[in-house]
Design a protein around this ligand. Sequence first.
Ligand code: SAM
Length: 216
Amino acid sequence: MISARLLQIAMMIERNKVVFDVGSDHALLPCFLIENGISKKVYAGEIAEGPLQNVKQTIEKRGLEGKIIPVFSDGLAKAADDVDIVVIAGMGYHTIRHILESCDVSRYQYFIVQSNTDVDMLRAYISEKGYTIEDEKVVYDDFYYQVIRFSADLHDPYSDLEIKYGPILLKRRDEVFLAYLKQTLDKLKEINVIAKKAEIAEKIAEIEKILYKDNV
Ligand code: SAM
């Protein structure tokens, strides 16, 4: 079974599409998508020789030749023309941004991105480009992760609050999102007992407003 994080990503992928998984490592997501009949073909992209060998071994071991295609590629540089959906997960914001900047985002139906760092900066980038955030989920998998689905369809810039917390997450107020905010709030309060910083106090007030005043 795959992790809750990868499962959440898989759940955001429309059926019967061709997927490119950037930085596939052991090809766990491509295997899940093919073995569960979710995708008709998945490209498993890798920039590093070691993980690419992992991908190839996994494909061979599971007999998924022709369904999962290993691709030695920096981001989408070597992506074939038939790709519909792109996944970029388990990397930091700067790597994800580099991958997005090096490709034609409008060529794909949508992207599913999961950054391990600076999710707000990733949303700010999506907003600056005028892209549309179509879906967002928070998933708990030892840590809280945010998974964002966006497309190149044009959208007005998002507000500062939406960039920080997520436009769809703020609207939907899912249980996991609220639990994530509560954990963040508790941590900030603990820090500010000693730090006593105005900007931390502001952030605490902002999160309390979202959590308890229901007026976003
Ligand atoms: N995507 C998987 C996941 O979410 O579990 C694996 C994440 S793993 C931590 C990151 C992988 O991305 C590594 O195998 C690394 O080699 C690969 N990677 C980093 N930068 C890349 C790039 N520019 N293009 C393709 N792969 C990249």
